[in-house]
Write a protein that binds this ligand. Structure first.
Ligand code: XIL
Length: 384
């Protein structure tokens, strides 16, 4: 697998923030209403499921789901059923899972998730038809048009009549990480990928099932960056070609650290440009890491994660974002604790720091953290 090598290349794969240095997390007067203190959090958390708080504002909250964990861990399944109104398969709909051999499709694990969603009245977001990091070895990158056509027909066709699957990440992470990794200055696509290929991918998708919402999904676009600019240009290109594209998946693997600046103004401008293009922003993979220097206690860390959630979601909701999906629900299963995906050199070199990787709203025991309360409060305060 090339995951790890590629991931390392993603250094700073997130957008990311100097909240600590910029005062973003300090409780000065200006920012007061964005942060939550423990006492307030406890008093407002109540018992109301996040899906209900979201629904009260015409919004949805959900998580990435793994089918194997769903089968094995009852508390995980119960928590998701209680809290979530939408889910994304963690890996079950990726090319290596659905078409491991040319033309031989398998949907067992993805269907298990779809069944779970149906049973618990949750929507399913299809992730993803096209991603360089989750393809079987027989598929080159980019795949040929013929391979794409067969794949799209096979996978989308299977879910055409699904009562729960309503949206697809048609393409994932097609924009290069920086200008040295593209041979296309205008759109910044990963090497070898032509804009016409992406256009045709979307066109195939529309010919199979245009009743679903179509998204372009990416990371590192949560600010005014080289990457977000290319991402927006690519959306504009698709729009100009008359291609159906309904949403922009803003992954939001956020990394709040002193090393990067959180570009609040830039992120607002990204949301505005999407609005102008009539493409809906959707938060598809939210999780939050606090980078070094780390606080001296888990309690403080959890507070920082919670404040970061609150600030980010307040900004999203002010721009009318209506769907928030976190990349997992509890720290027990977060992908960033997996050895292949430990983020950044500091964490990789210091296993004793892994306990500070607490990016999700519930802890290892499925107990709500301050981050959960921050999400609840953001939904409560959102203007419908
Ligand atoms: C990750 C999964 O969580 C891991 O379990 C898997 O091994 C690799 O992929 N961006 C995406 C997701 O679009 O599909 C990734 O999911 C996380 C980064």
């Amino acid at each position: 697998m090339t995951y790890r090598r590629n991931f390392l290349k993603r250094a700073g794969y997130t957008t990311i923030s100097a909240l600590l240095t910029t005062g973003f997390l300090q409780k000065d007067k200006q920012n007061e209403n964005h942060s939550i203190d423990a006492a307030m959090a406890n008093s407002i958390s109540g018992n109301t499921p996040l899906r209900q708080l979201a629904a009260a504002k015409g919004k949805r909250y959900g998580t990435a789901i793994s089918s194997d964990i769903l089968l094995k861990e009852k508390d995980y399944a119960n928590l998701i059923a209680r809290e979530c109104s939408i889910a994304t398969p963690n890996g079950e709909l990726k090319w290596n899972a659905t078409e491991p051999q040319p033309g031989k499709f398998t949907f067992e694990s993805a269907d298990a998730i779809a069944d779970f969603c149906r049973k618990h009245k949750m929507e399913l977001h299809g992730h993803t038809l096209f991603w360089h990091m989750a393809k079987p070895d027989w598929v080159p990158y980019p795949p040929t048009l013929k391979m794409i056509e067969r794949h799209v027909k096979g996978v989308m066709g299977h879910y055409r009549n699904s009562p729960v699957l309503k949206s697809w990440d048609i393409a994932n992470e097609i924009i290069a990480d920086n200008e040295n990794e593209t041979d296309n200055a205008t759109y910044g696509l990963r090497r070898g990928v032509k804009p016409e290929l992406i256009r045709d991918l979307f066109l195939f998708a529309a010919s199979v099932d245009s009743s679903k919402k179509f998204y372009l999904n990416d990371f590192g676009i949560e600010g005014a960056t080289w990457k977000s600019d290319r991402f927006l240009k690519m959306i504009e290109y698709l729009k100009n070609k008359g291609v159906k594209i309904d949403g922009a998946g803003i992954q939001s693997h956020l990394w709040f650290s002193t090393a990067y600046a959180f570009d609040e103004k830039g992120f607002k401008s990204v949301l505005k440009r999407l609005n102008d293009l009539e493409v809906k922003p959707v938060i598809t993979e939210l999780d939050i890491i606090i980078d070094t220097p780390l606080p001296d206690s888990i309690k403080k860390l959890d507070q920082m994660v919670a404040d970061s959630y609150k600030r980010y979601l307040d900004l999203c909701f002010a721009a009318k974002v209506d769907t928030v999906i976190t990349w997992g629900i509890s720290d027990r299963h977060t992908w960033i604790r997996h050895p292949d995906w430990i983020p950044g050199k500091t964490f990789r070199d210091n296993p004793q720091l892994h306990r500070f990787l607490r990016p999700l709203p519930f802890d290892e025991n499925m107990k709500p953290k301050l981050a959960r309360n921050a999400i609840a409060q953001a939904f409560r305060q959102a203007v419908p």
